[in-house]
Design a protein around this ligand. Structure first.
Ligand SMILES: Nc1nc2c(ncn2[C@@H]2O[C@H](COP(=O)(O)OP(=O)(O)OP(=O)(O)O)[C@@H](O)[C@H]2O)c(=O)[nH]1
Ligand SMILES: [Mg+2]
Length: 218
């Protein structure tokens, strides 16, 4: 009887686990965001910004929410490391793509990389959030400006590629995705907007079609 009740209790209090990957160019603030999430949700605080070095490989962090565990995978964004991202695509349940909204010079590079992420078939149907980080900086572009900058960049790319048939392949799906793209502004350093972004991921992974038991590393 004890085992039966224990089993029932475990079943009823079982938490589904979902994997979220955090990607974006080097210096966008991904690790600062991960550590901020840990500080906001866990008893043990994450690292303070002065203790964070560029990521070579990955960092992980887990938070527990009602009926759900979110496992974050913060992947290094340096050029030579980006080619490992795709290994995580098959088994993740959501993608957070972080943009440095302050670094206008690297926005195009950020969109180029973002565009290649969007064209990956493995993550076509999973929730994707574009995060405009560093909103605490007076130089940062706002959420609306970031969205506009991406749309302008994409428009230019389409015009340049008109004659390139290959770019047109699968583009209607990508356009659909862009039209419904959610962009949120945060400051990983100050913590503003971070809970709203986590809420977005939490709600969206619950509705995602991918099997929660499948996650990365399982
Ligand atoms: N002003 C401001 N600076 C930030 C913010 N988030 C991160 N930074 C700074 O941006 C720099 C890069 O932050 P990281 O978190 O290491 O960036 P990353 O995206 O993890 O970089 P890689 O690990 O190389 O891919 C650091 O100097 C951070 O302190 C923010 O919200 N506002
Ligand atoms: Mg990092």
């Amino acid at each position: 009887m004890y085992h039966l009740l224990k089993g029932l209790h475990e079943y009823l209090t079982r938490k589904e686990e979902f994997s979220v990957i955090i990607i974006g160019l080097d210096g966008a603030g991904k690790t600062t965001l991960l550590e901020r999430i840990k500080t906001l949700y866990n008893d043990t605080p994450g690292l303070t910004p002065d203790k964070i070095a560029p990521t070579v490989g990955q960092n992980t962090g887990k938070i527990t929410l009602p009926s759900t565990i979110l496992q974050f995978w913060d992947l290094g964004g340096q050029r030579g490391i980006r080619n490992i991202w795709h290994r995580y695509y098959d088994d993740c349940h959501a993608v957070a793509y972080v943009i440095d909204a302050e670094d206008r010079e690297r926005l195009s590079e950020g969109w180029e990389v973002f565009d290649s992420v969007l064209s990956s078939p493995q993550i076509l149907n999973i929730p994707l959030l574009l995060i405009a980080n560093k909103q605490d900086s007076p130089q940062a572009l706002s959420v609306e400006e970031i969205r506009q900058d991406y749309e302008d960049w994409h428009q230019r790319k389409m015009e340049n590629a008109r004659r390139n048939v290959r770019y047109g392949e699968g583009d209607s799906e990508r356009r659909e995705r862009i039209a419904s793209l959610d962009v949120m502004g945060i400051s990983a350093i100050e913590g503003t907007g971070v809970k709203a972004a986590v809420d977005w991921l939490f709600i969206r992974v619950q509705n995602s079609r991918r099997d929660p038991q499948k996650g990365i590393g399982r």
